[in-house]
Ligand binder design. Structure first.
Ligand SMILES: Cc1ncc(COP(=O)(O)O)c(C=O)c1O
Ligand SMILES: NCC(=O)CCC(=O)O
Length: 433
């Protein structure tokens, strides 16, 4: 069953003449015709050919209240009439910062940027300045944006990854400076002993340990009990800062992110995506004693569009809803997500397909594997990604949009009827595979 994609295909042909590769982010490359969205509302997208989709991509995470949440639209429209960009201080940024510091356990001071990659860039610079050390420890499969220092060991590939005891940093792209490689130490995730060994080997050299506290870019993996606490203790013992990249988990898995949900405190944390309901904004937040290096002017941090008034209006509206209606909104995200996860498991059982559904209600993953659990990048690399790609394509043909690698993001706009329709489409897709 193929969709009609005549207009989308024509746009893609035109695009390839003027946009490199025809798409504006590598994450939007597609084996067929990429999605050309005409408009979006609540839990749905409509493409330029008039096909509609239940959307579990949500702009890669931001639309946690659904597309065009009325509170967010009203705030944005109001702000646009007062001026789009000032590159000056304004009231809304103070309100957003106050709310963020109330909601996020580790946040005492904050600085805003436009996108997640920038917030990570700031966090790493700050950590290096604060500790006087050069190296950063990152984990296989954890994505922290597309900037050079952290674009390593992302695409699941066991042949290049090296031995699990000492993974090889695999550059994400030609053109990364060779100097970056000497400053990155790559470690397998979800194993405290691996972090201990790396910190001992590079004693006195590691400025920061950075991770997604719930891994969402290589599966959706909640860390093993005690793991985050173990890494926290090791960082303290070795004088390294712990950075949680909460750009997906922030304001999604709990009002205070994964650090609240799992009860482990980083020194610095980065936020983006869900914090502003779709406008471009990111935040670097952390302990006052560490953020002091920026406060004092010692460490440089800048940006024309930082605390952009329209983005701050969207962030203020989004965070106000998520904070003041926290029980309702997070209750709904978990309930709907868990119902959908269970429905997908049942659909796979009925179709006789080995599909693992794991994660949390607000963000979860479907894997094709006979493994009982997927705990890190190496387990993920052993899942059947060709079948995952066929599942994604089959769902899209049936009006369900998920992140191609098998990630599902929930919004508070997804209704019971949406969940039922999704399970039905997944059942058909699995039977047809
Ligand atoms: C965990 C994580 N960190 C950082 C980023 C980078 O954010 P951005 O794409 O806004 O630069 C992303 C997503 O792209 C992400 O998922
Ligand atoms: N979690 C990874 C992304 O959201 C990437 C989006 C993009 O770069 O287009």
């Amino acid at each position: 069953m193929a969709r009609k994609l005549t207009t989308s295909a024509a746009l893609f042909e035109s695009a390839k003449q003027v946009i490199a590769g025809g798409v504006s982010s590598d994450a939007r490359r597609s084996p067929g015709v990429p999605l050309y969205v005409d408009h979006a509302s609540g839990s749905r997208l409509w493409d330029v050919d008039g096909n509609s989709y239940l959307d579990y991509v949500l702009g890669q995470g931001p639309a946690v209240l659904g597309h065009c949440a009325p509170e967010v639209v009203a705030a944005v429209v109001d702000q646009v009439g007062r001026g789009i960009s000032y590159a000056a201080q304004h009231r809304l940024e103070v309100e957003v910062a106050e709310r963020l510091c109330r909601m996020v356990p580790s946040a005492e001071l904050v600085r805003f940027n436009s996108v997640g990659s920038e917030a990570v860039h700031g966090a790493l610079r700050l950590a290096r300045a604060f500790t006087g050390r050069a190296k950063v420890l990152k984990f296989e499969g954890h994505y922290h944006g597309w900037f050079d220092p952290v674009l390593y060991s992302l695409h699941p590939d066991l042949e290049q990854a090296g031995p699990v005891e000492e993974p090889v940093p695999v550059p994400g792209s030609p053109g990364q400076p060779s100097s970056a490689e000497g400053d990155v130490v790559v470690v397998t995730w979800n194993d405290v002993e691996a972090v201990r060994a790396a910190l001992e080997k590079h004693r006195g050299e590691i400025a920061a340990v950075i991770m997604e506290p719930i891994l969402c870019n290589t599966g959706a993996i909640v860390p093993l009990p005690g793991y985050l606490e173990g890494v926290r203790d090791l960082c303290d013992e070795h004088g390294a800062l712990l950075i949680f990249d909460e750009i997906i988990t922030g304001f999604r898995v709990a009002p205070g992110g994964a650090q609240e949900r799992l009860g482990a405190l980083p020194d610095l944390a980065t936020f983006g995506k869900a914090m502003a309901g779709g406008m471009q904004v990111s935040a670097l937040a952390g302990r006052a004693s560490v953020m002091e290096t920026i406060a004092s002017g010692r460490v440089a941090h800048a940006g024309t569009f930082n605390s952009h008034p329209v983005a701050m209006a969207a962030a203020n509206a989004t965070l106000t809803v998520l904070d003041e209606e926290r029980d309702d909104r997070y209750g709904l995200l978990y309930r709907q997500g868990e119902r959908l996860m269970e429905g997908l498991r049942e659909a796979a059982r009925q179709a006789g397909v080995q599909m693992l559904v794991d994660g949390l209600g607000p963000v979860f993953q479907t894997y094709f594997t006979s493994q009982e659990s997927v705990r890190d990048y190496r387990d993920f690399a052993r899942t059947d990604r060709q079948t995952a790609a066929r599942f994604h394509a089959g769902l899209q043909d049936r009006g369900i949009n998920i992140v191609p690698r098998g990630l599902w993001l929930m919004s508070t706009a997804h209704t019971d009827a949406d969940i039922e329709a999704t399970i039905q489409a997944a059942t058909e897709t699995l039977h047809a595979m």
